[in-house]
Design a protein around this ligand. Structure first.
Ligand code: GUN
Length: 297
């Protein structure tokens, strides 16, 4: 078997087109454009790339945005005071603090200082908690984007064994909750979450009908670790040194793509798989925030 490709770039484009139409309708009803405030602390080349992609997507769908660049010497107190001002500013609909933060700052603390009603990343404990018990909430963008891909390609997850490799708060844990909890055909999976202390990773991955890998380790998943017909969602974005490339690196996921593709029924490429969906879902969340759809006032 050679897997069919899950084209995240294509689905993200469709999603963005829908959001653009919804933004236009919202503004035709007399509202101002939704506004996303991005907060970028310190310098991190990967964060610059991600924030650039988010800014371009905002322009594409008609969402206004600004990136506040803060020095990596900023104290927790100063950063939280800045966030408090954004919380109180009625012209700001969504707040996104790009992660990772410099080591002296606690991401938990900073995320918790964001008004959960403006938390378009879906990282605030209020949103994560509500997601976990099945109440309306902002859903973190990468997991929400993965569910959209299943829906678009009619890949039902109900009753399937979904194995998640990686237990981060950004991807692994929330996708395991969504896959386990969502109602209908695109949820209700039996889920296993593996992490770096999992003893025999293959014992788990080999039984997966759906394998979501978000470990940040290139070539972690090899063909002998998966069963024939598995659906593979590769969330890894690893920069691997490559002198033949202008940038000096090549982007790779967490799976050995060429060989795993031969056993899988569906697979996401890297780049062009999950990444563009994350950005598209952020656009959706920002519009929901502007409309107060999740938390009506
Ligand atoms: N760093 C890596 N992914 C993300 C994301 O989705 N949101 C934020 N805020 N930071 C990130």
């Amino acid at each position: 078997m050679s897997a069919k490709i899950i084209d995240g770039k294509k689905v993200a484009k469709l999603t963005r087109k829908e959001v653009r139409q919804d933004v236009d309708d919202w503004m035709d009803d007399g509202h101002r454009a939704p506004f996303l405030q991005v907060v970028l602390v310190g310098t991190n080349p990967a964060s610059d790339v991600y924030v650039g992609a988010k800014t371009r997507a905002c322009k594409d769908v008609g969402i206004e945005t600004d990136t506040m660049r803060l020095p990596d010497t900023i104290s927790a107190k100063e950063l939280k005071a800045t966030i408090q001002e954004l919380n109180e500013d009625d012209t700001v609909d969504g707040i996104l603090v790009q992660l990772p933060l410099p080591n002296h700052l606690s991401a938990h603390d900073v995320i918790e200082s964001i008004d959960y009603r403006k938390d378009v990343d879906g990282f605030h404990p209020m949103n994560v908690g509500r997601l976990t018990v099945g109440q309306p909430s902002f859903r973190s963008c990468t997991p929400a984007g993965i569910i959209e891909l299943f829906k678009h390609y009619s890949i039902p997850t109900k009753g399937k064994h979904a194995v998640v490799v990686g237990a981060s708060n950004i991807v692994g844990r929330p996708i395991s909750i969504l896959l386990n909890k969502e109602s209908g055909e695109y949820g209700k999976a039996t889920t296993t979450v593996c992490h770096k202390y999992t003893k025999d990773l293959t014992q788990h991955t080999i039984s997966a009908d759906i394998l979501v890998v978000a470990a940040g380790q290139p070539n972690l998943i090899k063909p002998e670790m998966v069963k024939e017909g598995v659906v593979v969602i590769d969330v890894g974005i690893n920069r691997v040194a490559d002198e033949t490339k202008d940038k000096g690196y090549t982007l790779m996921g967490d799976c050995h793509f060429e060989s795993v593709k031969e056993k899988a029924s569906w697979i996401t490429p890297v780049p062009g798989g999950v990444g563009p969906m994350t950005v598209a879902m952020l656009m959706k969340n920002t519009l929901l925030a502007a409309k107060n759809s999740i938390y009506p006032q």
